[in-house]
Design a protein around this ligand. Structure first.
Ligand code: CMC
Length: 389
C-alpha cells in the first residue's frame, strides 16, 4: 500500500542534502567544500583537507595548529586494543581487523554514544582520524607476524603512518619525503566522494543515532566490497593475470562478451575521466622515481589506451576511475594488495565523519528506512510441521 518509487541502488534518489562534496560526473569535476580537488591535491595536506571537510572552512593558522596538535595527541590506542588485535587469525584480512577494531573503540569511549554534545562529537572525530593509521598499521604488522610499532608523534601524520608500517629497528624511521608527499596526496584524493556506498552506510547506520565508531565501522564494511574499495586490489590481480601487452586484446574480448569487468574502469557518477585518476597518474611518476617502475604500469597504460578507443567502452562512457592506477603505486610502496583498501579507509575517514556530523546536525534527518516493492505471497494458510511432514 502507498506509493513507492522503485530505485534499487539509489541511482536517482537523493538521500540527503549535503554541502560537503560536489561532483559533476559528466564534466569530471570534484570539489571538497567548493575547492577543486586538483588544487587541494597540489597545495594542501591531508590533515588540512580533513579539517576543511569536517569544519566546512579552511583553518586559520591557530586553528590548524590546534587541529594538528589534537590529532597527533590521540594517535595512541588503549593497550587493550593491542590484545584485541592480537586475537585475530594471522592470515585474516586487515579490513576485517580494521572494521572490528574501529567498532570496538565505542567500548573504550562509551561517552561517544552522546552524539548531541558538540564537544563530545569533536573529540570522537579527532580520535578516529588519529587512530585509524595506528589500527591500519597494526593490522598490517599482525599479518606479517611483526611486532606492532607505536606512533612517533614527532613525525607528520603520513610519515608516522609509514613509520608504524615499515619501521624495522629501534632507530627512528624517516621515510623519503617524496613518498610521504605522494601518500598524502593519495589520502587527499580518497578523503570524500559524496554519497558513495560506504558513506551511505555511515549515514544510514548513523541515522539510528548510534555512536560514530559503530557508524564508521559500517562504512568500513561497505568499503571492503570488491565493487567499492576493493577494486584496486582487483585491478592488480587482473593486470597480473593478463601478464603481457600481447594478451590485452583477448582480455578485452572477454570483457565485451560479458565474462568479466575491466576493473578500475567505470563509475556510477563519472561518465568522464575520473579527476582523481588523472592526479594519481602524476603521483605514479613521483613514487616510481624513488622505488623504480612497477612493470605492470606498461600493461595498465596499454589497456587504458585500447579501452578508451574501443566502441564498447566509449558507448557506455567507461573511463579509468581512481582505482585503476592507485594499486600500482601502493604496490611500489610494498603494500600487499589486502592493505590497499585499508589505505582507502584511512583516507576516507574525514569524509565519513564530515558526512556523519552533517547528518546528526540536520534537523530534517530521519532514521533511514527505505520502502520496498513486495513480491511475495499473501495470506497463506499455515499448516503445522506435524501435518506437513
Ligand atoms: N567493465 C566492463 N563493463 C562495464 C564496466 C567495467 N568495468 N562497468 C560497467 N560496465 C558496463 C555494464 O556491463 C553495463 O553494460 P550494459 O549496459 O551492456 O549492461 C554498463 O556498463 C553499465 O554498468 P552498470 O553496472 O549499470 O554501472 P554502475 O553505475 O551500476 O556500476 C561500477 C558502476 C563502478 C560498479 C562499475 O562500473 C564496475 O563494476 N566497475 C568495475 C569495478 C570498479 O572499478 N570499481 C571501483 C569504483 S571507483 C571507487 C569507488 O567508488 O569505490
Amino acid at each position: 500500500p502507498g506509493l513507492a518509487t522503485y530505485d534499487p541502488g539509489f541511482t536517482n534518489t537523493a538521500s540527503c542534502r549535503s554541502s560537503v562534496t560536489y561532483i559533476d560526473g559528466e564534466k569530471g569535476i570534484l570539489e571538497y567544500r567548493g575547492y577543486p580537488i586538483e588544487q587541494l591535491a597540489e597545495q594542501s595536506s591531508f590533515l588540512e583537507v580533513a579539517y576543511l571537510l569536517v569544519n566546512g572552512t579552511l583553518p586559520s593558522k591557530t586553528e590548524y595548529e590546534q587541529w594538528v596538535h589534537d590529532v597527533t595527541y590521540h594517535t595512541f590506542v588503549h593497550e587493550n586494543v593491542k590484545s584485541f588485535m592480537q586475537g585475530f587469525r594471522y592470515d585474516g584480512h586487515p579490513m576485517g581487523m580494521l572494521e572490528a577494531s574501529v567498532g570496538a573503540l565505542s567500548t573504550f569511549y562509551p561517552e561517544s554514544a552522546n552524539i548531541s554534545d558538540p564537544d563530545n562529537r569533536y573529540i570522537q572525530i579527532v580520535r578516529m582520524i588519529a587512530k585509524m593509521p595506528t589500527l591500519g598499521a597494526w593490522a598490517f604488522r599482525h599479518g606479517q607476524g611483526k611486532p606492532y610499532v607505536y606512533p612517533d608523534n614527532d613525525l607528520s601524520y603520513t610519515a608516522n603512518f609509514l613509520s608504524m608500517l615499515f619501521k624495522m629497528s629501534e632507530q627512528k624511521y624517516e621515510p623519503d619525503e617524496r613518498l610521504v608527499n605522494a601518500l598524502d596526496v593519495l589520502l587527499i584524493l580518497h578523503a570524500d566522494h559524496e554519497q558513495n556506498c560506504s558513506t551511505n552506510a555511515v549515514r544510514s547506520v548513523g541515522s539510528s543515532q548510534v555512536d560514530p565508531y559503530s557508524a564508521v565501522a559500517a562504512g568500513i564494511g561497505a568499503l571492503y566490497g570488491p565493487l567499492h574499495g576493493g577494486a584496486n586490489e582487483a585491478v592488480l590481480r587482473m593486470l597480473r593475470r593478463i601478464g603481457s601487452k600481447e594478451e590485452i586484446p583477448d582480455f578485452i574480448k572477454g570483457v565485451k562478451d560479458g565474462n568479466e569487468r575491466l576493473m578500475g574502469f567505470g563509475h556510477r557518477v563519472y561518465k568522464n575521466y575520473d579527476p582523481r585518476a588523472k592526479i594519481i597518474k602524476k603521483a605514479c611518476d613521483d613514487v616510481f622515481e624513488v622505488t623504480g617502475v612497477n612493470p605492470l604500469l606498461e600493461i595498465a597504460q596499454e589497456l587504458e589506451k585500447i579501452a578508451l578507443e574501443d566502441e564498447y567502452f566509449i558507448k557506455r562512457k567507461l573511463y579509468p576511475n581512481v582505482d585503476f592506477y592507485s594499486g600500482l603505486i601502493y604496490e611500489a610502496f610494498q603494500f600487499p594488495p589486502e592493505m590497499f583498501t585499508v589505505l582507502f579507509a584511512i583516507g576516507r575517514t574525514p569524509g565519513w565523519l564530515a558526512q556523519w556530523l552533517e547528518m546528526v546536525q540536520d534537523k530534517d534527518q530521519k532514521i533511514a528506512r527505505p520502502k520496498q516493492i513486495y513480491t511475495g505471497d499473501r495470506g497463506l494458510e499455515f499448516t503445522p510441521a506435524s501435518q506437513r511432514w
